[in-house]
Structure formats: C-alpha cells, structure tokens
Design a protein. Structure first.
Length: 322
C-alpha cells in the first residue's frame, strides 16, 4: 500500500497543483498542461483527499487558494527549491570544459548573434554541448522554475513572474521599440506620438508575447486605443516580410532594425514617450557559479567586448527574402 508521501508526490500531481495555483483557472491550467479539464480536476481532488482538506474554493466564478492550499503551495515551492539547490550544488563540482548547457531563447528575439557565438564557442569547447531552444515566455519561466534550462535570453522587465527571489539577470543590451510605418507625412519626424500611429492597420506579435504586452501597456498608459492588428507572427523576420509586402505598420526592437534596415521597406521612428526595455540573460541564483555556465557567460562578455551587440547582429544576420 502507498504511504501518504507516495500518494502526494506520485505522477505529476504537484505540477498540476502548481499550474492551477498560478492560473487560478481550471480551463487555462488544463490547456497549458496539455490535459483535459476533468483529468486536472481528478488529480486536484486526489491531492485534496490525501491531505484531508480543500486546497481551492470558489467565490462566484473566481477561484481562490484556501488556507490549506497556501500551506501546500509554500511547501511545494520549498520542495522544488531543495531539489534545484541540490542539482546546482552537484553541477558546481563539474568540469568547465564538459557537459551540457541548455538555453531558452525568447522566440521574438533575433538570434543571429547568439547562433554565431555558440558556433565560435564550440570550436574552443568541443566537449560542451549547447542546446538552444526557442520558447514562449510561459515556457521559459516553466523551464527555469523546474531547473530544465540553465540560461534564458529574454526581454525585461517581465511582470509575468511575481517572485524574483530565486532568479538573477545579466543585461545584454538596452532596447527600445521603433514604430515602422509607410506614411510620408511622418517620414521626417524623429519621434511620433502614440495617437498618430493608429490610423493604419498593424502586424504584431501574438498577444501573449512580451513585445505585444509592453506595447499594449504603453498605449494604455497614454490613453490611446491599441493598434488594430490584422495579422500576428512570432518572429521579427516574419513581421518584416508581412509589412514589406502589405504596407501595414508594426513595431520592432531598435537592434533588429539597425541590423536589417536595408531589408525593411518602411520608415522607422521612436515613440514619444519611448518604449524602453532590456535584453538580458536570466537564470536561477547560483547557476553562474557552475563552471561550464560561468565560462560560457565570460566568453560571451569577451565576444561583445571585441564588437558590440549591434555590430555582431549586423554581421551575422540572415538576409530576408524579398
């Protein structure tokens, strides 16, 4: 017969509990987990029977954690922290010149400089295998939380993560969004007000992407309606191809524009006020002390000391299709 600990920690019960505690929505949690809502409900009820108390309660349509749920959430985070700390402690004793480094790249980030650097890194460190994965914000944070990637390359600040205590960041470059348009009336402007950017349709990233989120918040803060999006794509190359062929507007990071401006058939101008953020490495505390990760980050710093990030992106870009 299974004891209580085996019942609680069997299968993916705690993963299901954490996902529901994060979203507070059975439908959304089930979709993110890739299971049916009844299957999720069954697992949560199983956990509640094991601990002997309800973990959630509803007020109208809104779901809340019970006192028992908050206790379970705190304990679950502590369990994950202990396991992650143990993993990091073990990895810190490994050789800097061997092993695997797993990196999650935010899908909307232009990747040419990183791909080139990793190629150069391999030539000097052939025994270190680098796994480079394109991910959404949600996937990045889930993989960081579960210690499934060593480093994330993403935009900050990101308000989707509420607890920053387990994480650290290292800035790569300061960024800002540029408005890309086809209006001759705006062509000579050095900056453009938000209200002057919504007359024509846009192509954007999906609404769940960081740049769409930060754009929406910027328009909201300026009391201006968000642009009307007629198409959504997940990479800056796709957005650029679409605006080139259709004449719609968009917004892209300055670094991407500076590297690819000869292929972008549109005017570019900064917003007033500017929409600013940064590109950074994000990792769990202590990850940068693991020898192979520390060496990787030091090598990347040296890579940018020889030529800055914008120059690296420009020289390693892949030309867009006409």
């Amino acid at each position: 017969m299974k004891n209580k600990q085996e019942s609680i920690f069997s299968s993916k019960t705690l993963t299901y509990f954490l996902q529901l505690a994060e979203t507070m929505n059975y439908t959304q949690a089930a979709q993110l987990l890739g299971i049916t809502q009844p299957a999720l409900t069954q697992q949560i009820k199983k956990l509640e029977r094991t601990v002997g108390a309800p973990l959630f309660y509803s007020v109208g349509k809104k779901l809340h954690l019970s006192d028992a749920g908050r206790t379970m959430l705190s304990a679950t985070h502590q369990i994950y922290d202990v396991l992650n700390d143990a993993t990091d402690e073990i990895q810190q004793t490994t050789n800097a010149n061997t092993g695997v480094i797993k990196i999650g790249l935010l899908a909307s980030v232009e990747d040419s400089a990183f791909t080139h650097f990793i190629s150069e890194y391999y030539l000097h460190n052939p025994e270190v295998k680098v796994t480079f994965l394109n991910m959404t914000r949600h996937e990045i944070w889930e993989h960081l939380e579960n210690n499934e990637i060593d480093l994330a390359i993403m935009y900050l600040p990101d308000d989707t993560i509420k607890n920053w205590k387990p994480y650290e960041s290292r800035k790569i470059i300061d960024e800002q969004l540029l408005f890309l348009h086809h209006s001759d009336k705006l062509a000579t402007r050095k900056r453009v007000h938000f209200r002057d950017t919504i007359a024509s349709p846009w192509v954007t990233y999906p609404s769940s992407y960081f740049l769409s989120h930060i754009l929406k918040e910027a328009y909201k803060n300026q009391l201006v309606d968000a642009p009307h999006s007629v198409a959504e794509f997940t990479t800056p190359f796709q957005l650029t191809q679409f605006l080139n062929r259709t004449g719609v507007n968009s917004a892209l990071p300055n670094s991407f524009y500076q590297a690819h401006q000869e292929q972008i058939h549109a005017y570019a101008v900064a917003f007033e006020p500017a929409i600013q953020f940064e590109l950074a490495f994000v990792y769990r505390k202590g990850k940068d002390q693991i020898p192979r990760v520390a060496q990787f980050l030091e090598a990347f710093d040296a890579y940018l000391e020889e030529e800055d990030y914008l120059s690296r992106v420009a020289e390693n870009r892949v030309k867009l299709n006409e």
